[in-house]
Design a protein around this ligand. Structure first.
Ligand code: BTN
Length: 241
């Protein structure tokens, strides 16, 4: 049965896990259906993009959702999922969030969440980590200057309970639209949510330029100093101004 776009699978809650992604992959290998969700209150080995560590102290919001597209889903879906998260946070009263291409959620200049989409054997797992902390957090020194938190109405526990069904609804609906219409369906909405639109950026491949928006597949389009236009799919934004 499809509810709000996401087929109904079981939701597994754990107080502590190494990583919701590792657990969901095991469940998928044991035959879990599309729409299966793993949620944890703390992760001991949270995984970020490009093999990085995702700091996941107790009380944050860590979730992985299983989709079964049957084929590899394009990288543009990370951006789409970031949009789904922002819409669900807005439904809960949080305004002012932006997406820093390709998968970072920003609030007031700080990273407050991230998306990790992983494809394997016809499956796609969407992992979402959100710093939902109303109390100050002792961030590790390497991320202390960059990390921030989202505060939602009520206690953090109440807020996460309200957020979860809204997030699954938006994500499921957006996944269906992405499968039917592609990234183009979301392009304008996501450009409005972009932290980088119109800004000067430097990429980790040494290229720099002014952000013009997204390509039809979700690549980042830059206007270089010499007037050439380039589209990047696999770079990292080192700085922006
Ligand atoms: C990033 O910004 O690099 C992506 C971070 C994604 C973190 C989430 S938390 C839930 C899921 N489980 C993990 O181990 N990672 C993702």
């Amino acid at each position: 049965m499809v509810k709000n776009g996401l087929p109904e699978g079981l939701i597994f809650y754990f107080p502590v896990l190494d990583s919701t992604g590792i657990k969901l992959r095991e469940l998928a290998q044991d035959g879990a259906v599309e729409g299966t969700v793993v949620v944890a209150d703390e992760q001991k080995a949270g995984r970020g993009r490009l093999g990085r560590y995702w700091y996941s102290p107790a009380g944050g919001f860590y979730i992985s959702v299983l989709f079964k597209p049957g084929a590899r889903v394009g990288g543009g879906f990370s951006l789409v999922a970031a949009g789904s998260v922002i819409k669900s946070l807005r439904d809960c009263g949080a305004e002012g969030l932006n997406v820093k291409w390709p998968n970072d959620l920003f609030l007031a200049g700080k990273k407050v969440g991230g998306i990790l989409c992983e494809n394997f054997a016809g499956n796609m797992m969407v992992g979402i980590g959100l710093n939902i902390f109303s109390q100050p957090v002792q961030w590790p020194s390497d991320i202390a200057a960059k990390a921030g938190s989202i505060e939602l109405p009520g206690t953090d526990e109440q807020a996460k309970k309200v957020l979860l069904p809204k997030l699954l609804g938006h994500l499921g609906q957006d996944y269906e639209n992405f499968c039917s219409h592609g990234f183009l369906y979301f392009k304008e909405e996501l450009e409005r949510l972009s932290l980088l639109e119109g800004r000067q950026v430097t990429l980790d491949n040494g290229e720099c330029g002014k952000v013009l928006g997204y390509s039809d597949e979700g690549g980042l389009c830059l206007l270089a100093e010499g007037g050439q236009r380039h589209t990047y799919f696999a770079a990292r934004v080192l700085s922006y101004s």
